[in-house]
Ligand binder design. Sequence first.
Ligand code: GP9
Ligand code: MN
Length: 633
Amino acid sequence: MKINWGRIPMYVIAALLFGLKTYIVYRFMFSIELENVMQEFILLINPFVSAFILFAISVWFKKQSRQMKYIRYAALFGTFIIFANLVFYRSYTDFITLPQLFQGSNAADLGSSILTLIKAYDVLWFLDVIIIWYFTRKKQTSEQIIFNKRGKVFAVTMSFALLAGNFFLAELERPQLFTRAFDREYLVKNIGLFNYHIYDIVLQSKVKSQRVLADGNELPEIKGYIEDHVRSNEQSELFGVAEGKNVITIWAESLQSFVINNEVNGQEITPFMNRLVNDEDTYYFENFYHQTEQGKTSDSEFLVDNSLYPLSRGAVFFTHGQNEYHAIPEIAKENDYYSAVFHANNKSFWNRDQMYESLNYDYFYDQESYEVSDENSVGWGLKDKAYFEQSIKYLQTLEQPFYTRFITLTNHFPFELDQEDKSIEPYDSNSNTLNNYFPTVRYMDEAIEQFFDQLKEAGLYEDTIIIIMGDHNGISANHNKAMSQYLEMDEITPYDYVQLQRVPLFIHIPGHGNGEIKSEIAGQIDIKPTLLHMLGIDTDQDIYFGNDLFHNDRKGFIAMRNGDFVSDDYIYTSGVCYDRQTGEPIASESNSLNNDGEENACSPVKQKVENELKLSDNIIYGDLFRFVDFDEQ
Ligand code: GP9
Ligand code: MN
């Protein structure tokens, strides 16, 4: 069949040329990781989808001359956006975000180095613009074709269909891509640079408008609440116990408490951590809950550093990465601490690169600080043992005292592990996820044990307190059946599921000698005041929602981000109030707060939880800490 090129609308030709160019830039200029054929495919189609939409808009111009002009300038403008991102990427290995663009320091950095970032071959990126320019000029003078209704309908339906198809595949490949918004690279990879920018603009405008409406008048209520319900006047039992000591916090990826002191196929799962539970220098919190939502690991980091709640939708690291905070690194810095995070993943994942600046971290040892090869990586990247091994040399050079975070990666869904690293066999159930979880948990346990030894060898151990914490659950409700089989229970009830949100917390103080197992309810929100008090730093002026875990005078509840909670006596979930000890629903006429909001035993706490979550949200939405002077006496 002979194609009559002359009959193909100019906007389609422009879309093909421009789409091809965009694809080449994505594929070869940005180092976008492609893990499977599906990702390759999505990356291939999305440039053409965006280009089609961009140029199809031209059909709405009545005169052909206008149409051609639009196509020309759209090509130029689009190329400019790609080019700007390319230059930015060469400097930051990241895509432009609105706030970053307007952030003085970034723009200045970029300004001075811009010439070194532009290469001679970059003119090639304008080749399609030149071709498009040439043809649209020529067409402009030829006969007037105005798109009839059919042509317009085609352009519009095609645009929507392509976009929907692209988004559908993206969502399939990365569930919750939009709501969780975890990484710019994922967004660009799946929906393309242009859609990513639109997404970013919409997100930032929403955030900005909420911020503009706040003026600090919200603060007295918040401060009042903290004084009345959160802050304790009691001195913490361990106040100052770690004054001037280094702090190492270890984020044990996806580690849940049910594996501690438990077995699979007759074998211990976490021998090292089991020893720590009864170690005289260690406090182990057996009723410690994670409180994260869609922001997963990043939410747990947020909770720990700020003692504020993450958001109910999206990742606060992403949506409010530019806010003013009063986080541990900043407070520690005032007390001469140097702070750093070690994590062998892409630095823009969870927007960590931006957020860590806002939290006042001094340095982020990201993927680029590590040697990652096929041999030493699995699943999400660098294996935990290699990661700790490679981190020690950096840790030794840090100014002391330091406050550091180590985020492990191997025990991450889908829990892949090389045969040589498997010390125990998988479980046997209908869930491969749960089955494979056990060997990777064991691997992480070994990696942490090895890290303790390395700290001793490096002479860092004695002067350091080590906190190990599970960041969030690893086994979701989708695996309840397998889980009930493993735990030898008939079923996993909503009450059981809340109890499965317990993650381990160890506070290890070398030489302390008074360690014990703590059974009171506790959560990630509590770490900031607990740790600061251990370092001998008072928090009288601070605004936070957690309690010192070495105080007896506490709030008595742990709020989950979805409004569920655990209190000293009850567990409230899925609209039902349960007795915390027995797991039985509380007998009452109507034990459901869902439908008619009738009172039951959980109601008083429920109101407190709702209020507390609202106050924390207000701080974030209004960026209220910009109105607070935390040094004021
Ligand atoms: C990514 C790592 C895992 O850098 O922290 O993130 P998660 O999916 O657990 O939030
Ligand atoms: Mn995680």
